[in-house]
Ligand binder design. Structure first.
Ligand SMILES: [Zn+2]
Length: 538
């Protein structure tokens, strides 16, 4: 990390020397790996592991056969989005403490929506676009990667990659060396929070590995179509959206034509995953990750799975094929790390930031009682209900993230709003902010874990399988099983190969688990529990 960073957020730094000392006095962990490879697959439902299990031959197969699996791992917050999910993975706590309550949330004092990693105080690096003024300043906890930097006096190298800025920034945390994300024109970029200029190796990589250079030939199924018909259903479906730049939502895809029609097309194809692995491996070599006894971190958040998942839904041949190809990209990653870092010298964690729902119209066509609302229609209908309950429209500032922002914290107003919207047929339950603090209802607790002062004054949950979204593809955000249940696998010499745990585990447990294996303090606001017991204490 850069030395100057030690001086920047004083409010955070003043609390740290004590923790740093604690970390120093902890016994040196004999289990500490030379490199932690932290893999997050955006929108990967837990059933993508088991549904395609027989067809995985690469890195996912290795994780499933050589890793320690927690097959009932969940998020304990809602809404379940990319920003909150990644922040929870790295801080070991829920949004109510790390503060990333959504990707975007309404700020009543600014009278506008704010983005979770926006920061107009930093400059873009590698691009001149204001879209890359990004930093972790909104994250209210340290990450385990921050604690690793402190425990090693900044000697640990922490480098994070993603297509999405928030996918990389939550991993690199406040003190990591680098978070890199993608600009469709410029390639990998960063911000002045992390560096003044891109390193030479990254500039070279951007020149030689332009995203469009990955978009040649056609994308067709990896395996025979019969596998896809059996495990995903027919390729032609009314419930899939044509990916941006493509002509139809069916195989094969002309990648070059897609990319020339839309320069971000690569993000929704397997190329978006391959590009990240290629860049990550160049970083391992150029930065010498995993070459000494100080634990380094390589974090990769694969975003193409989310972009494609939103367009296609979980029952599409395209999503299935992307996972079969990600399996091969991960095989390449692990085989390369075996050579560069050494088998047994690196630890891999594998999870997702959230799952995804079935497409409600597809479920409905199968006879399941799901419903779909256009987001604008749902908001309009809820506003009508509030109006009919004589609630002054001026007092309703904003509806977002299944929350309603009101002009005051007045209890009677929140109760009136809650009662008014409860009659809507899409809504399963609604709570005032006071009620979610006290309710024993597990779904209210998910909302509580997902809230802080950045949240609204009334919360609601749609019925299971109900979405406010477009007619094709899918989304996520609820607290239901399909959004909360994600893969959780640890692979490395500290873990038991092939061990499989059925007990419920939480994604907030990942950070304290890694802190314990490495022998450092857990993140500052950590509320999770370690899932790992050191051999000496077994
Ligand atoms: Zn998403």
């Amino acid at each position: 990390m850069k030395v100057s960073h030690w001086l920047i957020p004083l409010a955070l730094a003043t609390a740290w020397p004590i923790q740093s000392l604690q970390a120093q006095t902890q016994e040196a962990s004999t289990q500490a790996p030379k490199l932690v490879v932290s893999i997050v697959v955006d929108q990967m439902r837990a059933d993508y592991l088991t549904r395609f299990e027989d067809l995985y031959t690469g890195g996912i197969q290795t994780l499933m056969s050589e890793g320690e699996s927690f097959i009932n791992a969940h998020y304990s917050h809602a809404p379940t989005y990319t920003g909150p999910g990644h922040a929870t993975i790295y801080t070991g706590t829920d949004p109510r403490f790390h503060g990333i309550i959504a990707n975007d949330w309404y700020d009543a004092s600014l009278k506008r929506s704010v983005y979770c990693v926006e920061d107009d105080q930093v400059a873009p690096v590698g691009s001149s676009s204001d879209a890359h003024r990004r930093s972790p300043k909104n994250i209210r906890s340290t990450t385990w990667t921050d604690e690793l930097e402190w425990a090693t006096q900044g000697k640990a190298k922490v480098i994070a990659f993603s297509i999405k800025d928030r996918g990389a920034i939550c991993a690199a945390g406040h003190y990591g060396d680098a978070a890199y994300w993608i600009d469709s024109d410029a390639g990998f970029v960063s911000s002045s929070h992390y560096m003044d200029d891109l390193p030479k190796w990254m500039m070279r990589f951007n020149r030689s590995h332009d995203p469009s250079s990955y978009m040649t030939g056609s994308w067709d199924r990896l395996l025979d179509v019969s596998h896809y018909d059996a495990l995903a259903g027919p390729d032609q479906s009314d419930f899939e959206r044509v990916p941006k730049g493509a002509k139809s939502a069916t195989f094969p895809y002309d990648l070059k034509a897609m990319q020339s029609a839309y320069n971000g097309a690569f993000k929704s194809t397997p190329a978006g995953n391959t590009l990240l692995v290629d860049a990550a491996l160049v970083a391992v070599k150029a930065e010498g990750l995993g070459q000494d006894d100080i634990t380094d971190v390589l974090a990769i958040s694969f975003s193409a799975t989310d972009y494609l998942g939103h367009a296609m839904g979980p029952r599409s041949q395209e999503v299935m094929d992307m996972y079969l190809r990600l399996d091969l990209d991960l095989k390449h990653l692990f085989e390369s790390l075996d050579l560069l870092v050494g088998k047994g010298n690196y630890l891999v964690t594998f999870t997702a930031d959230h799952g995804a729902s079935d497409n409600p119209m597809q479920a409905k066509a199968d006879g399941f009682p799901a419903e779909l609302w256009a987001p604008a229609d749902l908001e309009a209908e809820l506003r009508v209900l509030m109006h009919l309950a004589l609630i002054d429209n001026d007092k309703v500032l904003n509806l977002s993230n299944d929350q309603i922002y009101l002009s005051s914290r007045e209890k009677d107003l929140a109760v009136a709003v809650r009662n008014a919207i409860l009659v809507h047929p899409a809504i399963a339950e609604a709570w005032t902010w006071e009620e979610i603090r006290l309710s024993p209802d597990p779904y209210a607790q998910l909302r509580r874990n997902g809230s802080d002062k950045r949240s609204g004054q009334v919360f609601y949950a749609l019925k299971p399988g109900h979405l406010a979204y477009g007619p094709t593809g899918t989304t996520h955000g609820s607290g239901y099983h399909y959004d909360s249940h994600v893969p959780l696998i640890f692979m490395g010499k500290a873990f038991n190969p092939q061990a499989m745990h059925n007990e419920r585990a939480y994604i907030r447990d990942m950070a304290p688990t890694l802190s314990k294996v490495i022998g450092i303090a857990s993140p500052s606001a950590c509320t999770g529990n370690p899932l790992w017991v050191s051999p000496a204490n077994k």
